[in-house]
Design a binder for this molecule. Structure first.
Ligand code: NDP
Length: 257
């Protein structure tokens, strides 16, 4: 008899998930989604107070969760965060490399070097640093899954965002490479490409800018963090057991034309 590919209430029971940038927006929605599926969740975020607040919310909903301060631009901080997850819950099975920043909007010929370095350090090197320490831990646990947060800008350009676009393209390449390397060790690595999602990342976007972003989505609105979380949760689950090294859109039709 074949295994049914249907969502189970507690499909993540007995699994530990680490989410970078887990205290806000998409990461926070995913923390709740995985916890509702029975995972023990480690919320790793730049600001420890925000991570603790997220964990308090998760615990009040009955989840097993722990907070750790992590700066994904700093390999030592990431290594310590992964060790914390393993020490706290016994093993690491699932990782979501989601921490990211937007950066300022300027054309390439005027883009400040320090802004380039900061965005690439967070959005691209941060994903590498995370997988660098997560993958050996997941292999040691007997296998699991990783989701890297790219963007629709992982395959499309966007005027004014050279660093963000380059970093998100890089995340897709890193994802495919790690997937090839680790498939035989029972680790699946995939990327998600959200359209513009209504989270604190868009906090400086209002009025006409916001209307313009909405107009880019045939669905006629921005996405919700929970809609991205649902796709990521599927990719992390055993229901996605034959999905390796691919990039999945959740973008209200942004990329369809
Ligand atoms: P949020 O700003 O709501 O959440 C991002 C989280 O990452 C914040 O808690 C932030 O902390 C944290 N963070 C930032 N820098 C670091 C760092 N160096 N180390 C650890 N944590 C860090 O954004 P979203 O939820 O919208 O974004 C999540 C991911 O989704 C990002 O990678 C983003 O690029 C991607 N994405 C978002 C889209 C959108 O339209 N919102 C569209 C496509 C992709 P702090 O607040 O303290 O800076």
């Amino acid at each position: 008899m074949s295994t049914p590919l249907t969502p189970a209430d507690q499909e993540f029971a007995g699994r530990t998930a680490l989410i970078t940038g887990g205290a806000s927006g998409i990461g926070l929605a995913l923390a709740h989604r995985l916890a509702a599926g029975g995972a023990s969740v480690v919320v790793a975020d730049y600001d420890e107070a925000n991570a603790r607040e997220a964990v308090a919310e998760l615990e009040s909903a009955g989840a097993k969760a722990a907070a750790v301060a992590m700066d994904v631009t700093d390999p030592a901080s990431v290594e310590a965060g992964v060790r914390f997850a393993v020490d706290t819950f016994g093993a690491l099975h699932l990782a979501v490399n989601n921490a990211g920043i937007g950066g300022p909007s300027n054309p390439t010929g005027e883009y400040a070097i320090e802004d380039w370095n900061r965005v690439v350090a967070t959005n691209l090197s941060g994903v590498f640093h995370s997988m660098r320490y997560e993958l050996p831990a997941i292999v040691a646990a007997g296998g699991g899954a990783v989701v890297n947060m790219s963007s629709i800008l992982g395959t499309n350009g966007f005027a004014g965002s050279p660093a963000y676009v380059a970093a998100k393209h890089g995340v897709v390449g890193l994802t495919k490479t790690a997937a090839l390397e680790y498939a035989a060790q029972n680790v699946r690595v995939n990327a998600v490409g959200p359209g513009f999602i209504d989270t604190p990342l868009l906090r400086n976007t209002d009025g006409q800018d916001r209307d313009h972003l909405i107009s880019l989505h045939p669905a006629g609105r921005l996405g919700k963090a929970e809609e991205v979380a649902e796709l990521a949760a599927f990719l992390l689950s055993d229901r996605a057991s034959f999905i390796h090294g691919s990039y999945h859109l959740v973008d209200g039709g942004y990329s369809a034309s």
